[in-house]
Write a protein that binds this ligand. Sequence first.
Ligand code: ADP
Ligand code: MG
Length: 240
Amino acid sequence: MQKEIIVASSLCVRFNNQTVLDDVSFKVHEGEVFALLGGNGAGKSTTLKTFLGTVLPVSGNASILDMSVTDEIDSIRRKVAYLPESVTLYGHLSGIENIEYFLSLAQITCSTKAIEEALKRVALQENAWHRAMSNYSKGMRQKVAIALALLRNAPVLFLDEPTSGLDPNAIDEFNQLIATLAAEGTTVFMVTHDVYGACQIAHRIGLLDNGKIVGMFERGESSHIDTESVHSAFSARNKR
Ligand SMILES: Nc1ncnc2c1ncn2[C@@H]1O[C@H](COP(=O)(O)OP(=O)(O)O)[C@@H](O)[C@H]1O
Ligand SMILES: [Mg+2]
């Protein structure tokens, strides 16, 4: 049986008097890429934030590696790497310096060689390693953030709209990297409004509409999730 890594059980979240998540449940297994797909305001980022402990559910539970966010959030944060919608690292520092700095905050020491190997794995061009990150593109900043996740040995990766603002080549490269990490056992949870991108990369897609899971799609042995069927379910929900 596949190990359940990320579990949402009947999550309900309210902001002021608005119900933003309504009875949201799903499971993500080890090495799986799960995409939560939905339109603007569906509650995707809120779902992700309940796993990081920055949004508290009014009922239900979110857990990672059998640890509940309500009582073991510090242990969870050590296991999770999070790429927010826009990765903000220090612009005046280089990619390598940013990694060194954030590793030191996490009290992890890494050799320069290990850092360089991580940057090679994420395919960040070598002539950028020592340049200030203020001149990096979004794709390059994401690579640094993923290299950092690799060096932290984070078994769980959370991504918020990771491909928005990337050019098609950067998207292909990013998808390839995520697929490789998942094949090696990293569990990936991403939220996106991009139907096509989700179908390209995800093993499973949960469709979120107005705070509710309204559909679940799964890829076959050797085929991607069918873009047409996800697209029609998505647009039927978002046309009203
Ligand atoms: N901190 C907050 N306070 C009040 N309302 C919020 C807050 N964060 C999100 N919301 C509302 O919750 C709903 C879902 O937001 P969000 O999870 O960011 O959607 P998505 O990521 O799917 O676009 C939206 O209506 C948004 O306005
Ligand atoms: Mg969002």
